[in-house]
Design a protein around this ligand. Structure first.
Ligand code: NAG
Length: 217
């Protein structure tokens, strides 16, 4: 920064030297070449340089203040790293409608915004967040079943997955949501509706809930 700001100084000096050269080498053309005239020029140059130095100083302090201001928002967001991912340690069999799925096994929980006792993520800051829900269910040949899950924000649905009719194979379903949250807003996964026997697979990364702060306001 300083190098750029001061880069014009050598040019001013060169211009000044050229003027002096002209006066010294061509005394007849220049007319007045006495010491007092040169002293006057030097004095004026010194004034000019002092003015410029003052201006550069002012500009430097303004840039520093701008840099500090910019950092206030971005640096704060950097400090608040918020990211989580948790899986089910064990399968949940026949959860009822409204049941909150508690992804108990934490893999990542930077910022500790996810609570693995209640299964609820609480936004630590206003900002834009990304969430993902991945669920699997094992086959159940003996039973017709439907199994829908909602991704919720403060009692309002922001995503869903369904695991219906899997009588022969494992199913694995995914949804994501990009949402703006206010500080203290909550996000969780709950059972939307069910029919027959149903199960959400635990262990081994069958079922995961995760999310992160994209950027704070
Ligand atoms: C977060 O958002 C709410 C609602 O828009 C606002 O009232 C509050 O001041 C914001 N908080 C911060 C820390 O910016």
């Amino acid at each position: 920064m300083k190098r750029t700001d001061m880069s014009f100084v050598p040019y001013i000096f060169l211009m000044f030297v050229s003027v002096l050269d002209g006066l010294i080498l061509n005394p007849e053309e220049g007319g007045q070449t006495d010491t007092s005239f040169l002293q006057q020029l030097l004095f004026e140059e010194k004034q000019l340089r002092m003015n410029l130095e003052q201006k550069v100083q002012d500009l430097n302090s303004r840039v520093a203040s701008l840099e500090h201001h910019t950092c206030e928002s971005t640096c704060e967001a950097k400090q608040k790293s918020v990211a989580f991912m948790a899986q089910l340690s064990a399968s949940i069999v026949n959860p009822v409608e409204g049941h909150v799925i508690v992804f108990d096994d934490i893999i990542t929980n930077e910022g500790a915004a996810y609570n693995n006792v209640h299964g609820i993520f609480t936004a630590p800051v206003n900002g834009t967040y990304e969430f993902s829900l991945i669920v699997s269910s094992p086959p159940n040949p003996s039973s017709y079943h439907e199994f829908h899950l909602f991704l919720m924000r403060n009692n309002v649905q922001i995503g869903y997955v369904f695991l219906d009719h899997n009588t022969q194979f494992w199913l694995r379903r995914i949804t994501t949501a990009t949402v703006h949250l206010k500080q203290t807003d909550e996000v969780w996964v709950q059972v939307a509706w069910v029919k027959g026997d149903h199960e959400i697979g635990g262990c081994c990364f069958h079922s995961l809930f995760g999310g992160f702060l994209i950027h704070a306001d």
